[in-house]
Ligand binder design. Structure first.
Ligand code: TRP
Length: 455
């Protein structure tokens, strides 16, 4: 008994609700918002995509986030043991293991793109884009990303920064870092959005974002919107379970989850406002795809008044957003190693760092020298993205809501969101939440899984 109480006392936790919010938002706001969201909006009919996306955030994203929050906060344990503790003697712990595996796959390719951000920040500081024609910027990006050493060096720098924060722990590392960086990130993106929306000729870009074009909407649009909602909110991979396990018993789960989802969505729309008006002002098609951030934007920055400074701020924002997300993925894996194998934090970070570094190098090389290594017709980078974002996150999300809604059940769910009855939550809200967790979210996730297999 004495032993377990000293262990519990030693477990790290967030110091304040604001700390939880910025850390959660830090995980959610990432390359998904600044890189994926704007080009998906561009390819899928502007505001039409945004509206469908918002629907999925509320109907499928929020219930899964709440379910993860309940599991993590109630168990105060990392991914696998959270499920084992709440359902002793069952096989539910596998969901936690899948979450850890999912984070390993995501962080491996994510940190390669994080490395592209450090390189492009460096290029921006050296004003490398100043007289860039679209062709030369395209060549600049493809020769960099397909080369051997430079992307690996950048990937290493990015992972060292990530590990440096995680090694300092939850309160002294993750919380402190997020408290400073997240407000800074919001300020930067608001500044860029203002610059972009006041450019001459930005009007069509603004109406593109806010006036829906339903003719571009197909069944693919719905798939893309749900997948993006999941990716952007970091769901289905036990990230929220892990962070919620560091949340105090008096924190209000429903408001924290809603605020996190709201912050992530507002940021995605701000990113759209920072990018689309400028894209239109310079007469570029909005459906540029993944090249948008590393080719199209540097070109636009090179043409824009004070574009050199905007480029530095933009790539700094991209790097910060990517860092706070990769920190949360690393924490899921590290917390798992600390609890399952009784490792010290430093040892766990070092081992996981090395493992992910190797996988990341393979992802990076798969853009160039190893591009002929293919599984299911995909290179390693795309394969990792596919396994995690298109498969593990969705399966994980489905199992998580089923676990919370049906295995834990109504009593535990209500008990957890009302903090054991001490925090008042209106009855209609409780009922709606349970309905979403039990029926709506599983139905949406099953539908997308069936579509995915059908393709
Ligand atoms: N939400 C992050 C982004 O938008 C990426 C992400 C996906 C993630 N899955 C995750 C982050 C799991 C942490 C854990 O870029």
């Amino acid at each position: 008994m004495k032993n377990s109480s000293t262990q519990a006392a030693k477990r790290d936790s967030f110091a304040s609700s604001f700390g939880v919010l910025v850390a959660m938002a830090g995980s959610a706001v990432g390359l998904g918002n600044l890189w994926r969201f704007p080009y998906l909006v561009g390819e899928n009919g502007g505001a039409a995509f945004i509206l469908i996306y918002l629907g999925f955030v509320v109907l499928a994203g929020l219930p899964v986030m709440l379910a993860e929050f309940i599991i993590g906060r109630r168990s105060q344990s990392s991914a696998r043991s959270a499920f084992q503790k709440l359902a002793p003697g069952s096989h539910w712990g596998i969901v936690g293991v899948l979450g850890v595996i999912c984070c390993v796959f995501i962080i491996s390719f994510y940190s390669v793109v994080g490395g592209w951000c450090t390189e492009y920040l460096f290029k921006a500081v050296r004003f490398d884009f100043t007289d860039g024609s679209p062709e030369s910027l395209k060549t600049m990006f493809s020769s960099f990303s397909t080369s051997t050493w430079l992307p690996i060096i950048n990937h290493t720098v990015f992972l060292v920064l990530t590990a440096g924060v995680v090694i300092a722990g939850v309160q002294n590392g993750i919380e402190k870092f997020s408290k400073v960086m997240m407000p800074l990130l919001f300020l930067i993106i608001i500044g860029i959005a203002v610059r972009s929306m006041t450019l001459p000729g930005s009007g069509p870009g603004i109406s593109f974002l806010f006036r829906p074009d339903w003719s571009k909407v197909t069944s693919q649009t719905f798939l893309a919107a749900l997948g993006q909602a999941f990716f952007s909110l970091s769901l289905g991979s036990c990230m929220v379970v892990t962070y919620a396990s560091y949340v105090k018993k008096d924190a209000k789960i429903i408001s924290l989850s809603t605020q996190t989802a709201a912050a992530d969505t507002v940021f995605a729309i701000l990113a759209g406002c920072a990018i689309m008006p400028a894209v239109f002002a310079f007469g570029i098609s909005p459906g540029e795809g993944p090249d948008l951030v590393f080719v199209t934007l540097p070109h636009i920055f090179s043409q824009m008044p004070v574009g050199g400074v905007i480029a530095i701020l933009f790539f700094l924002a991209l790097l910060l957003a990517a860092l706070t997300s990769s920190i949360s993925m690393l924490e899921v894996i590290v917390a798992f190693c600390i609890e399952e194998f009784k490792m010290k934090r430093k040892v766990a970070v070092a081992l996981v760092f090395f493992f992910i570094w190797v996988l990341g190098c393979l992802c990076s090389l798969s853009m160039g020298p190893l591009s002929s290594w293919k599984v299911l017709g995909k290179n390693i980078f795309d394969l990792f993205d596919f396994i995690s974002a298109d498969f593990l996150m969705l399966i994980g999300g489905l199992l998580i809501v089923v676990f919370a809604g049906w295995k834990l059940g109504k009593k535990v769910v209500f008990d957890e969101v009302t903090n054991g009855g001490t925090h008042h939550v209106p009855a209609w809200l409780l009922k709606t939440m349970l309905f979403l967790i039990r029926y709506v979210a599983p139905a949406a996730l099953l539908a997308i899984a069936i579509f995915q297999i059908h393709e």
